[in-house]
Design a protein around this ligand. Sequence first.
Ligand code: ADP
Ligand code: MG
Length: 675
Amino acid sequence: MRNELEIASYEDLLFHFPYRYFDRTQITSINAINPESDLVQIAGTLINIDEEGTGRTKRLTATLYDETGRLELVWFQGMQWVKKSLTEQAKYLVFGKASVFNGVMNIVHPEIDLLTPENSKAGLQPVYPTTEKLRLRGVTNRSFAKITQSLFEKIKGLIVPEILPRNTLQRQGLCTRQQALQWIHFPSSDEEMNQARYRMKFEELFLSQLKIGQLRLQHTIQEGFVFKQVGQYFNDFFHHHLPFQLTNAQKRVLKEIRHDTATGKQMNRLLQGDVGSGKTIVALMAMLLAKDNGFQACLMAPTEILAQQHFQSIHQLLEKMGLRVALLTGNIKGKARKEILAGLESGMIDFAIGTHALIEDQVKFQNLGLAVIDEQHRFGVGQRARLWSKNVKAPHVLVMTATPIPRTLAMTLYGDLDVSVIDELPPGRQEIKTIQRNEMLRVKVMEFVKTEIEKGRQAYIVYPLIDESEKLDYESLIAGYEQVKIFFPEHKYRIAMVHGKQEIGERERNMQRFISGEADILVATTVIEVGVNVPNASIMVIESAERFGLSQLHQLRGRVGRGSEQSYCILLTGNKMSKDSAQRMQIITSTTNGFVIAEQDLAMRGPGDVYGTKQSGIMKFKIADLVQDVGILEQTRNEAKLLMEEDPKLLTPQHHLLRLVLMKENQQAHFSKIS
Ligand code: ADP
Ligand code: MG
């Protein structure tokens, strides 16, 4: 049985951890309860068991009293069964959330048990994650606790095998796995609960760090092509065609790449650099290095538009040098496609620039030596791996991302890659001025946009089509477009629009009009988010800015401020803003530092949601929290390192179980087998 929570076995149930606990050692007197209280536990005498109402309002009620007052208990479901199980005048222990209905304090569907000496000091009660659907089917928190409890009785006497290395357990002072599993569900004190949770978080993070360590090991033993020399192409470009001076950061990264590719090992490098920091040129020069050593290279972008843009700028730069660059995307079909495929296979083409189309099986290279992947977060790890099969040995891989990744995330998400950082913007850039304005001031804002356009600049106006399928958003985009046309009459201004509902061809034509300067204004959705480079566009207005996430706002804003002109980003917000939205606006207007923004984003949202990491298997933690558990993460990293030094392939008998667990997809023990 697979259900909403993906619990399919006893084992899964054991690893379905509570996310909080109620202290059931506390008994509250009835007069001390108020509706704002969290869950409460009361001890009292039950009277007046009665059925009330008819049809849909039919309910079972009872009164509970103690020496300080009385309150009502109410059931809408399972009334007959409840009624039969209750006895008037008996003493009960009642647990639930109190509320006020028609002036009477009540608890709907309380947990109710006869008061006995044991259950009156029941300790901490686990609260399990469940879903609305399950709750409606009657699978409550209580049923979880009960099932888990009976499971523990069933497996009493069996041993839950330890998987962590003995040394690690000792050094870190961790409790055993057996102990932790018992305590995490049924702790009798805070101390037990904390120990258990710490241990399970540790285990989870430790396993992820080990996995990464093993991936890294695979990389380092992977033989790579040797780029022996810096040759004619690289030097020629550097001295004669490079349109500007490289920043020190760019030079440093190139040195790192140069070093990696000369070692005889396969390079797996992540290049992080904020939007506009100039990653493309670094990629291009790495590609020239490949060419100097007799290899082909490819550059893969996440969208058609980006691939095209890379193609155009690279083609332009390299044409004079006699290099052959081809564009390969899904749009290129028929004869043109055949020619490119043939050219890649024969080695006639030096560089291929494209989209996912590059990793299709039919695409064969004569001698691919370097693959660059731009804006990695849109590609899965699997796609990265597919590039490896394009030559007898895996090509060197350079992954570029503009999404600054907080350190904890980088350690788990890209822990298998070496990291280079471009931490410096090209000179002459002015800081983008970011301003928040109430949308009532739209007219004024548009006047300002006009004056900028009159100076020869271009402007983006962005609408929140966050979910491309949302009709409402789409309508507001179209309405917005009509409004923009009123502000900017067509006889005077040229407006282009791009959104996800357009045919790719149409979207690209419109985008192209803006890139080439043919359009003054681009009305757009977030399809422009990634990578597009129009240095003359110096102003961006974001409508309903409060609806965007921080990272998204930062990415969007990165489309301006790419030339030497003063750039502006104006955030239009509505009257009603949540606290979170207001905080996001505060952060985004106060800094343009992508790393600061990423850290704040992570802190506000939690890692589950950031950068599309949800899909990435490595990120799926049951209990560990990458924001809160940085400390534990660091510890596990050290421990994983020590273990990798001692027994890198986990071949000794005492690491046998650990190895099995790592090999299994879910990170759990072989519990069912043993029981
Ligand atoms: P990103 O890192 O966001 O991909 P790009 O590579 O698109 O940034 O570069 C942004 C802009 O900066 C481009 O117009 C590029 O030509 C320019 N640029 C890159 N490096 C330098 C440099 N060292 N000096 C001046 N301009 C540069
Ligand atoms: Mg880029």
